[in-house]
Design a protein around this ligand. Structure first.
Ligand code: ATP
Ligand code: MG
Length: 248
């Protein structure tokens, strides 16, 4: 199994407060990796390190290395805009731009001077399992879509940038079970071509869709392994307590 991203001894502080402690893990290529753990354990902080989204936070200090295809993403020659194009992100709350459905998806490719925008928009919407619902109304406002449709639009917008890795931070927590099911099956469909990392509070979701699971607690990585193994035979008591719902 090839590792797409490797975290080596990552420590992170917000001011005086340490939020990540010696995180060492490997994210396998073209698999779905789930990050689980109780609120405040550092899941979002960690996932945001992977495409340097945390750079935007004041008073933050990061030590250690994150290697993406063996390149240190915190190295001085790294182009952060390119990095975030390769490692896209989908957030908890769908956040379409206040423009048409078409323009939401076309936005990034246009900025990057791509040609054949119509085709990129169509393919991205198809891959995000939204095309059939919106193909007749591409010029209408994205904010007129349902929450679940908006989230798939945000995924289409990410796909339009032709990323290599997609980070999802609780992408379904604002969605109903049907929309959640659609997002899960679209993630399944993306598996062969993308490395995906998902933060989720939903244990069934982690068990259903991920290949690997990493359990975080109080800023530490407690254990990581094949999802089936983590859920059926956790090595640590704290993992077992969390996945069986005794804490968190
Ligand atoms: N911008 C920030 N400034 C200061 N502290 C922060 C900041 N963002 C997060 N923290 C703190 O870092 C710790 C980890 O937060 P983080 O958001 O990564 O947790 P999480 O596991 O994603 O939680 P949740 O499941 O609630 O989303 C928490 O104690 C949080 O209060
Ligand atoms: Mg979070």
């Amino acid at each position: 199994m090839t590792s797409k991203i490797v975290s080596r001894d990552v420590n992170l502080w917000y001011g005086e407060k340490q939020a990540l402690k010696d995180i060492c893990l490997e994210i396998p290529e073209n698999k779905i990796t789930a990050l689980i753990g109780p609120s405040g354990c550092g899941k979002s902080t960690f996932i945001r390190c992977l495409n340097r989204m945390n750079d935007l936070v004041n008073n933050i200090r990061i030590e250690g290395q994150i290697l993406y295809d063996n390149i240190d993403i915190y190295g001085k020659d790294v182009d952060v805009v390119e990095l975030r194009k390769s490692i896209g992100m989908v957030f908890q709350k769908p956040n379409p731009f206040p423009m048409s459905i078409y323009d939401n998806v076309a936005y990034g490719p246009r900025i990057h001077g791509q040609r054949n925008i119509d085709k990129i928009v169509e393919n991205s919407l198809k891959d995000a399992a939204l095309w059939e619902e919106v193909s007749e109304r591409l010029d209408q406002p994205a904010l007129g879509l349902s929450g679940g449709q908006q989230q798939r639009l945000c995924i289409a917008r990410t796909l339009a940038m032709k990323p290599d890795v997609i980070l999802f931070d609780e992408p379904c927590s604002a969605l109903d079970p049907i929309s959640t099911g659609k997002i899960e099956s679209l993630m399944e469909g993306l598996k062969d071509n993308y490395t995906q990392v998902i933060v989720t509070h939903n244990m069934q979701q982690a068990a259903r869709i991920s290949d690997c699971t990493a359990f975080f607690l109080l800023g530490e990585l407690i254990e990581m392994g094949e999802t089936k193994r983590i859920f059926e035979m956790p090595q640590e008591k704290s993992t077992e307590d969390y996945i069986t719902g005794r804490v968190g």
